[in-house]
Design a protein around this ligand. Sequence first.
Ligand code: HEM
Length: 287
Amino acid sequence: MAAGASNPSDFVPVLRWIDYNGFEKNLAKTHSRMDRLMQGLIDEHRRDRSKNSMIDHLLSLQESQPEYYTDGIIKGLIVVMILAGTDTSAVTLEWAMSLLVNHPEVLKKARAEVDAHVGQESLIAEHDLNKLPYIKSIILETFRLCPAAPLLVPHMASDNCTLGGYNVPRGTLLLVNAWAIHRDPKTWDDPTSFKPERFEDGEVEGHKLMPFGLGRRACPGAGLAQHVVGLALGSLIQCFEWEREGEDPVDLSEGNGLTMPKVEPLEARCKARDVMKKVFCNVANDA
Ligand code: HEM
């Protein structure tokens, strides 16, 4: 549960003086490696401007507004997209698949929904997602039980304030335990069980379910993430039969990390479904 807040020096500032665990030194080393990698990407795109990527667009903006779109800003934007957007979506997908193989009845219902609304003739596409409310409920239930950022991202009080009856001085580090809020028995019925049906009646209030945080600093990638996870999960369900490796349920222990990883990576059996044969035939015919 230390995800998002795993540097002890943030809580015991004296540890910063001795660079406890070599944290600052490692940070500086990682920063300079990342910086070299990002600078390499920018230089590559600067040499070949024929592509249509985010970096190319940012380089065009650099030409018109050089004082704002510096290489530093572009590098920062690339890093934030990669760091904030990839692992969060990937771990969510792994948690969703783990929960599904542990609940074959839910998987069966999801497969039936995909088969009824998308079929086995063509691969699921983004525009199919709004025809799949049960898949959406599975994703919401995964966000509830296994939020990729269980403590959101550390915030700091910009002024003195009172929070839940406590006086919070300006500058205090604030952590929101979304994991605990999502499992609060006062809010959720049978909170530790995986029941996507609880979302079938529609939207949930923001203060009960907040995998993307709330307010002005909430995740700007929430819409994109929901589409990416929906499309990836829908494709895995449409294209393969899934089952557990053995009789035992998949281990759902939670590990430490910036995003909440599984202690044991998911291992499951899969068998290709008809749509895969069609896709491969089409690819072969097109070649
Ligand atoms: C399942 C996927 C994702 C989850 C669970 C997630 C969750 C979060 C959370 C909890 C925060 C902090 C909110 C707060 O401070 O209270 C955040 C911030 C952020 N996320 Fe995401 N995120 C996901 C995907 C993405 C994607 C795909 C992108 C962009 C491509 C993205 C970009 C960002 C950025 C830039 C911030 C910082 C916003 C700020 O500080 O103002 N995230 N995300």
